[in-house]
Design a protein around this ligand. Structure first.
Ligand code: HEM
Length: 229
């Protein structure tokens, strides 16, 4: 689903927003907003604000933003449908691609700054440290999504195949949360908050799919017979 925004609207139009406004005002603002965490991180690195272990802080911050954008991109469809704001769908691809962008920087910072491009050490880490193996699996699942995020690829694959392929974003997000949970040694609160948000988004998705198939979700119990105690 998520890395591109061309397919799978299903949101009824209530507030027709001018295409020009979205394209020339809202999108550039969101784009700059998505770059703000990177600019802030750059500023902290430049001003010595990253603490005693700046490399670890940079790798972690980039990982955090990768996960945040991944969850944000997953939240777009539920938000657009629940708030009846179809215009939100126009931002889904951008948020998904920013998730991929931050995850790439996270990986690059780890390989370059943490491991100094020592590929043997990187490979050893991937094989021996389970949380890195899981992070790598999440990254590999995101690759085909990023590669097929253009309108041309949606056309080429066809809407149904494209949607099926983009459902990979859910296992990728589950693995990313698992990667974080496994990495943390003591305080699990932050990774569990992300995992909780993901569970809510997944629950919404499953509910929507069941509703589409006509499965009644909140089945009421049989009414008590009149006069019965
Ligand atoms: C979808 C892909 C990924 C996501 C969303 C992700 C996200 C995260 C998050 C949220 C953290 C914890 C940050 C914190 O403590 O605040 C983290 C840590 C880390 N990740 Fe990833 N990650 C991904 C893939 C990878 C990959 C492919 C690698 C390396 C091969 C990797 C290496 C690391 C390392 C080494 C840390 C710990 C940093 C440290 O404590 O020094 N991650 N990641």
């Amino acid at each position: 689903m998520v890395l591109t925004g061309g397919v799978g609207g299903g949101v009824r139009r209530r507030h027709p927003v001018s295409d020009r406004w979205v394209r020339w005002i809202a999108k550039p603002i969101v784009f700059l907003g998505c770059l703000a965490p990177l600019a802030w991180l750059g500023w902290l690195a430049f001003s010595g604000g990253l603490g005693a272990n700046p490399i670890e802080a940079a790798v972690r911050s980039l990982g955090d933003w990768g996960l945040r954008f991944l969850l944000l991109s997953l939240a777009i469809t539920p938000a657009a449908r629940s708030l009846n704001l179809p215009v939100l769908m126009r931002f889904r691809r951008m948020l998904g691609l920013f998730a991929f962008f931050y995850v790439c920087l996270h990986l690059l910072a780890y390989v370059g700054l943490d491991q100094f491009f020592d590929w043997t050490a990187v490979w050893d880490d991937i094989v021996k440290r389970t949380y890195i193996t899981v992070g790598m699996a999440a990254f590999l699942l995101l690759l085909p999504l990023a590669a097929t995020s253009t309108k041309g690829m949606i056309k080429r694959l066809g809407s149904n195949r494209w949607k099926r392929l983009h459902a990979l974003v859910y296992p990728a997000a589950i693995l990313a949360c698992l990667h974080y949970i496994m990495m943390v040694k003591a305080d699990l609160r932050a990774p569990l908050v992300y995992a909780g948000i993901l569970m809510l988004l997944l629950g919404w998705r499953i509910g929507a799919a069941l509703r589409r198939r006509g499965v009644p979700l909140l089945r009421r119990g049989p009414r008590p017979l009149r006069g019965s105690a």
